[in-house]
Ligand binder design. Structure first.
Ligand SMILES: Cc1cc2nc3c(=O)[nH]c(=O)nc-3n(C[C@H](O)[C@H](O)[C@H](O)COP(=O)(O)OP(=O)(O)OC[C@H]3O[C@@H](n4cnc5c(N)ncnc54)[C@H](O)[C@@H]3O)c2cc1C
Length: 330
């Protein structure tokens, strides 16, 4: 391997790069990521403030690699080039696609307004600033990830409106989740969906369907996920966890999951993606074919309940009223 380019600086991409770098100190490596920062782990929902994310430029400097902060829009395998959104191109020797999952985009008016984001596209450097100056957030959730964001914002003392077409995917835990949301002043609008983001430059409110208008400075849409592979050419296919039908193009991490569209829970994925990144690195360095055994995933209902207990612990009636009057006085 003479050069390595990695698209995606999540768990898979960073583990891949760290493993390669540890054994190959002088190999030219480039990381391309659309976002300037990522979270190292997602335990932020248990904190009372949003922790600082990991800045990829600083991480890249520590690994002595080049970092390009730009969305990749096309891979041209015959020319071994990645086309960036700016129109610039980047030439690769070996390409690892570790771009994870992205929120499915839907037809929604007003998405260009500042303060709106699809869940997977959140710019974590900006989000922290918005959260500091905003009081109301509206989150449409269609998976557990969106609901977790509602918990995180509630812990940061924001007024949270949680919107969803159907929370039936919570199974037997649905009532418990609703009860805890009530105790932590998360308002739930079930059977509703975002219809329009209202404002001028910035978001001021959100229109729901059926008709209701809620004021909000931040709106987050979790519309479910799909593998983030739109930049691959038509006909590109992945084989198993690491291989593609494109010459010198490999993949690792949650980008390879073909069931992303149906999944509501992603427990244990962080560790799995990291492991896949390290295994792909070993293959690229030593040519030892990775033998991937599908891991046993933890029981989602048990994980959900554990997260709920930690993020939104039960509150007595008096505590709820006390919190409400405290907030009114403030
Ligand atoms: C919003 C969200 C929350 C999640 N929460 C959890 C959780 O709490 N626990 C858990 O186990 N799993 C969670 N998951 C599942 C998650 O996919 C895995 O945990 C794990 O982080 C996946 O690692 P990865 O490196 O494969 O992908 P990711 O960590 O998603 O990293 C992919 C990176 O690729 C970049 N990228 C994508 N497309 C492009 C492009 N076109 N050009 C350039 N860069 C691009 C992204 O900006 C991102 O930084 C979550 C997923 C999402 C999307």
């Amino acid at each position: 391997m003479k050069q390595l380019t990695v698209i995606g600086g999540g768990n898979a991409g960073r583990n891949l790069i760290e493993t390669v770098r540890a054994q190959h100190v002088s190999l030219p490596i480039t990381l391309i990521d659309a976002r300037p920062a990522v979270w190292e782990n997602r335990s932020f929902i248990f904190a009372d403030t949003f922790p600082a994310p990991l800045r990829l430029d600083r991480w890249a400097a520590g690994q002595r690699i080049e970092f390009i902060c730009a969305p990749a829009v096309q891979v041209r395998p015959h020319r071994r080039k990645v086309v960036l959104k700016s129109g610039n191109t980047h030439e690769y020797g070996t390409l690892a696609v570790a771009s994870g999952m992205q929120s499915r985009k839907e037809d929604l008016r007003g998405v260009h307004r500042e303060g709106f984001s699809y869940l997977s596209d959140l710019n974590l450097l900006k989000v922290n600033d918005y959260l500091k100056i905003s009081e109301e957030v509206c989150i449409e959730a269609s998976t557990w990830q969106g609901i977790r964001w509602a918990f995180a914002c509630a812990r940061c003392k924001m007024r949270v409106r949680l919107v969803g077409k159907d929370f039936g995917f919570l199974g037997n835990s649905r009532e418990l989740v609703f009860e805890r949301c009530g105790q932590h002043r998360i308002e739930i609008y079930e059977g509703a969906a975002l219809a329009e983001i209202i404002g001028e430059k910035m978001v001021k409110a959100v229109k729901l369907e059926p008709l209701k208008v809620l004021s909000a400075q931040i709106v987050i849409k979790d519309s479910g996920f799909e593998p983030a592979t739109r930049f691959l050419p038509e006909g590109a296919e992945t084989f198993g966890v690491f291989f593609t039908n494109l010459e010198r193009v490999f993949c690792a991490g949650s980008v390879t999951g073909d069931d992303a569209a149906h999944r509501k829970f992603f427990f244990g994925q962080e560790e799995i993606s990291g492991r896949q990144g390290r295994m792909l690195a070993e293959y690229l360095l030593n040519d030892t074919a990775p033998e991937w055994k599908e891991p046993e995933y933890p029981d989602p209902e048990a994980c959900l309940r554990e997260e709920l207990e930690r993020a939104l612990p039960p509150r007595s009636e008096e505590a709820v009223q006390g919190a409400e009057s405290g907030e009114r006085e403030a």
